[in-house]
Design a protein around this ligand. Structure first.
Ligand SMILES: *[C@@H]1O[C@H](CO)[C@@H](O)[C@H](O)[C@H]1NC(C)=O
Ligand SMILES: *[C@@H]1O[C@H](CO)[C@@H](O)[C@H](O)[C@H]1NC(C)=O
Ligand SMILES: *[C@@H]1O[C@H](CO)[C@@H](O)[C@H](O)[C@H]1NC(C)=O
Ligand SMILES: *[C@@H]1O[C@H](CO)[C@@H](O)[C@H](O)[C@H]1NC(C)=O
Length: 482
């Protein structure tokens, strides 16, 4: 039983231009958000201009689940290149680029325990693939200016470091992405657009491991380099998307486009932040508001609460974590707590956790709240062994490691809608195995989009294979006995 390796923290730290030469240039992507107000205006003007153009709703097929002792992540299937090839990529609202493992890469996983077939993207096998050089607009705007030492034949390289210490490096290519456009109720037609994405040449840390290996990461951040921003700027989609991550049946719903049903209440995004940060106001446990220092939610100190689908659990600084945990166990003073894998607080409990533990409600700006039930923040690692999903992000630090970060633990089983045009995010408790209604901007029609579970088809295949192997093994053993 191993949990730790699955507690993915993909909240991205920094994207930098990496050069194989001596020129060691590291640019923090955060820098380019200093002129944010102006660029938002530009986005809006741009969006109004292209209204009436071809804006469609997209249905992305999801797989995976958020259980920390299973995959601990959600992934989507996308098509790239000509002829088109399918890739399975982790869905991550905490980072800004799409990258996939490329042919010839160093330390790329060759197989995956998730029951999916991995594929390497090969620029030379796709007739529509083009390398992006360091003098092209995409490169200079991603790095906020001309690249020192750039000559026209040099590639535009990148390196992304994620919060769990893993990193990926490679170069950018432009090619077709093939997605499912919503054209009717539970009906889609293949559509394509041209986007720039990373061709992964070198992986390190967890990204090279086989345990939860995927073909890459699909950053759904709001920077211009993300797939959604690129598709929006070419007039293909609106910068609005929603996910409903299903940890009961696996997979769920992921759609680009405006969701009209269910209706969600929204809260504003913290301005000038690279990712999806919201203003938390209070935390209520067992119907009592936690008594916390007044500056704990101050956005100067912590830049808000990060919403990140690429992280499995939820993280709080010491000042919140300690009182939260003691209030959660207040009714259970006889429980024996022990630590598993040096970071998880675990205990044995025979009853129904929803009867023995309190609900936790987070309150946000504009009266949006999020209630998390005991069966969601506690996860079982054995029939009566439970561990707490809330994690400690540490003491106050200058580098901002003591963040408040809400991952899949609290996002799943809810419809979460990100409206980048209006700079809001909202959610509501929802059955992620059911369906939602989205608006097709092109025709104005409203269509139903259902849930998908890519993993069920593949794990079924794995199960069948192991049953076959077992039968084979039993047959062999049997023949030996006789
Ligand atoms: C993003 O793109 C828009 C329009 O395509 C542009 O006006 C804006 O300056 C860009 N923003 C950044 C931060 O580069
Ligand atoms: C992309 O779309 C164009 C126009 O609809 C079509 O001709 C082409 O075959 C598509 N390419 C892929 C890879 O689907
Ligand atoms: C964004 O705000 C506008 C104006 O308030 C509203 O009409 C629109 O429906 C909003 N977008 C979404 C996706 O709710
Ligand atoms: C969720 O929706 C699915 C599909 O409509 C349905 O089969 C299931 O019973 C629903 N679950 C709950 C808890 O309502």
């Amino acid at each position: 039983m191993e949990i730790a390796r699955f507690a993915v923290v993909s909240f991205f730290l920094v994207i930098s231009f990496f050069s194989s030469g001596d020129c060691n240039l590291v640019l923090k992507v955060q820098h380019k958000f200093k002129g944010r107000e102006r660029s938002l205006e530009a986005f809006k003007a741009h969006d109004i201009q292209r209204r009436g153009r071809f804006l469609s709703a997209i249905d992305l097929q999801l797989g995976g689940n958020g259980h920390p002792s299973e995959s601990g992540l959600y992934f989507a299937k996308i098509g790239l290149g000509t002829p088109v090839q399918d890739y399975y990529v982790q869905v991550d609202t905490g980072s800004d680029i799409l990258w996939v493992n490329c042919a010839g890469c160093t330390n790329c996983p060759k197989k995956s325990d998730l029951g999916i077939e991995l594929s390497l993207y090969s620029p030379s096998s796709s007739s529509t693939s083009n390398r992006v050089t360091c003098n092209q607009d995409f490169c200079t705007s991603t790095y906020d200016g001309p690249i020192p030492g750039c000559t026209p034949e040099l590639l535009c390289e990148y390196r992304v470091a994620y919060g769990d210490g893993s990193s990926t490096a490679g170069y950018f290519v432009r090619d077709h992405v093939v997605l499912d456009r919503v054209t009717g109720n539970f009906q889609t037609t293949s559509t394509n657009g041209s986007i720039v994405f990373g061709c992964g040449a070198q992986q390190s840390g967890q990204l090279g491991a086989t345990s939860a290996a995927l073909d890459g990461i699909l950053g759904f951040g709001q920077a211009n380099s993300s797939m959604i921003s690129q598709l929006a700027s070419s007039g293909k989609v609106k910068r609005v998307f929603a996910h409903c991550l299903d940890n009961i049946n696996g997979g769920g719903i992921f759609a680009i486009g405006e969701v009209v049903q269910p209706k969600v209440r929204t809260t504003p995004l913290v301005p000038q932040q690279a990712h999806y940060n919201v203003f938390m106001k209070a935390i209520e446990v067992d119907n009592e508001v936690l008594n916390l220092p007044t500056d704990v939610f101050d956005t100067d100190l912590r830049k808000g609460t990060i919403i990140d689908s690429g992280t499995t659990l939820a993280y709080f600084p010491d000042v919140i974590y300690e009182p939260l945990i003691s209030k959660i166990f207040a009714r259970q003073s006889t429980l024996k707590l022990h630590t598993v894998e040096e970071q998880f607080t675990c205990f044995e409990y025979d009853g129904n956790v929803d009867d023995g533990f309190p609900t936790v409600t987070f309150h946000f700006e504009d009266s949006l709240s999020l209630t998390v039930y005991p069966h969601e923040y506690l996860f079982d690692i054995d029939s009566n062994k439970w561990c707490v999903g809330w994690q400690n992000s540490g003491a106050q630090s200058r580098d901002g490691k003591d963040m408040i970060l809400l991952g899949d633990l609290v996002l799943q089983n809810r419809l979460v809608m990100y409206d980048l045009e209006n700079q809001t995010i909202g959610w509501t408790e929802y059955n992620c195995s059911s369906s939602i209604k989205v608006r097709d901007e092109h025709s104005g029609a409203i269509y139903t989009v259902g849930s998908h579970d890519l993993s069920s088809a593949s794990s079924l295949r794995v199960e069948r294979i192991s049953v076959l192997l077992l039968i084979l093994l039993l047959t062999i053993l049997h023949s030996f006995r006789n």
